[in-house]
Design a protein around this ligand. Structure first.
Ligand code: TXA
Ligand code: MG
Length: 319
């Protein structure tokens, strides 16, 4: 297939209405979208990504009222978060209604819902009479795409259209918080900082990258992984340890002059670092480097999401 890339939301809407697949830009990462209410369209997402059926998809909406068509309950604290942070990098997990095909939620009784803030995708959602199911537009387990070129390189022949919205402004996936139980639980650290959530939700739990998480199989360690092995620690120590290998570095703001690498933010800004993370990991993965030596980031703000992605990239592959 000769995939078209462009900024035409009419063309994107046309394909989606016919049951096709369209890659969409969001502020976090690019998504691979289909009509969320039609199983025969959604199944194409799983095929294109090589995604196992046990990993549920997030449903993207353009208007808040759509929540009531999709979810059976909307707890007060969830409403407060959406009021403050939507559109934005926040996904909420709520009890689902039967209008959503089982395939979307992998048979779970809940659904993940998010309102993305990218202008082009908002314009697209306005043109559609249905919400969009969309996982990140990468092959299962690999690094998420933060530009239209990333999508074209890996899934270009499997989508009908790529809506090109430029480089994603946040750069890591949405923060996921579940309201399934009485005490809300963060299932994935992401583009919305935990401290921001704390301002509006008094009591919640956090599940970390290290714990196995059967409720959200996509949270498996070994996700977001480059093919090149990645290790985390003090880069100078690691250089000695891997002196027999061609190594490269992935750092926050420090340059390690004798080896090649990627500095995510020269001025030491965590938001800028998050924005650059996945593109930098892709470049290192495409180079002749044999081991990526990565620093731990400050465990605050978006540094928490960056560390989470690095830990998963460093974990033994599960997919
Ligand atoms: O920023 C994002 O969230 C991006 C953009 C495209 O919106 N999407 C994204 O989708 O990262 P994906 O499929 O790569 O990751 C979503 C994760 C899944 O791995 C899944 O485990 C979890 O969300 N998830 C979805 N529905 C869930 C549910 N009902 N219960 C628990 N976890 C759920
Ligand atoms: Mg993903």
């Amino acid at each position: 297939m000769n995939t078209r890339i462009g900024t035409d939301t009419d063309e994107a809407a046309y394909h989606l209405k016919r049951g096709g697949l369209v890659a969409i830009p969001t502020e976090t990462v690019y998504g691979l979208a289909a009509n969320a209410l039609e199983a025969r369209s959604v199944v194409k997402i799983f095929e294109a990504k090589n995604r196992p059926g046990f990993d549920p998809l997030i449903v993207h909406i353009g208007r808040l009222e759509q929540i009531f068509e999709l979810a059976r309950s909307f707890p007060r604290e969830a409403a407060r978060l959406t009021e403050k942070f939507w559109p934005g990098p926040l996904t909420i997990i709520l009890k689902k209604r039967s209008i959503i095909p089982e395939l979307v939620t992998s048979g779970l009784d809940t659904v993940g819902i998010r309102m993305p803030s990218h202008e082009l995708t908002q314009e697209l959602l306005e043109k559609l009479p249905f919400p969009l199911a969309a996982p990140s537009a990468n092959p299962f387990g690999y690094i998420s795409p933060t530009s239209a070129e990333h999508v074209a390189a890996q899934l270009g022949d499997k989508v009908d259209y790529i809506l090109d919205g430029g480089v994603c402004s946040v750069g890591v996936e949405s923060t996921i918080i579940s309201f399934e139980e009485k005490v809300p639980e963060i299932l994935r650290l992401g583009g919305l900082e935990v401290d921001e959530i704390r301002r509006y939700v008094k009591n919640f739990k956090i599940r970390t990258a290290s714990s196995d998480n059967p409720a959200a199989p996509g949270m498996l360690t070994g996700h977001y992984s480059p093919r090149t092995p990645l290790v985390i620690g003090d880069i100078n120590d690691l250089r000695k340890k891997y002196s027999d290998k061609k190594v490269c570095f992935l750092s926050f703001s420090t340059n390690y002059f004798e080896i090649e690498g990627e500095i995510l933010s020269k001025k030491g800004n965590l938001n800028e670092a998050a924005r650059n993370l996945f593109a930098a990991m892709r470049r290192l993965d495409a180079s002749d480097c044999e081991v990526i030596l990565a620093e731990s980031f400050p465990e605050k703000g978006l540094g928490m999401a960056i560390n989470d992605r690095l830990r998963r990239a460093a974990a033994p592959k599960t997919a």
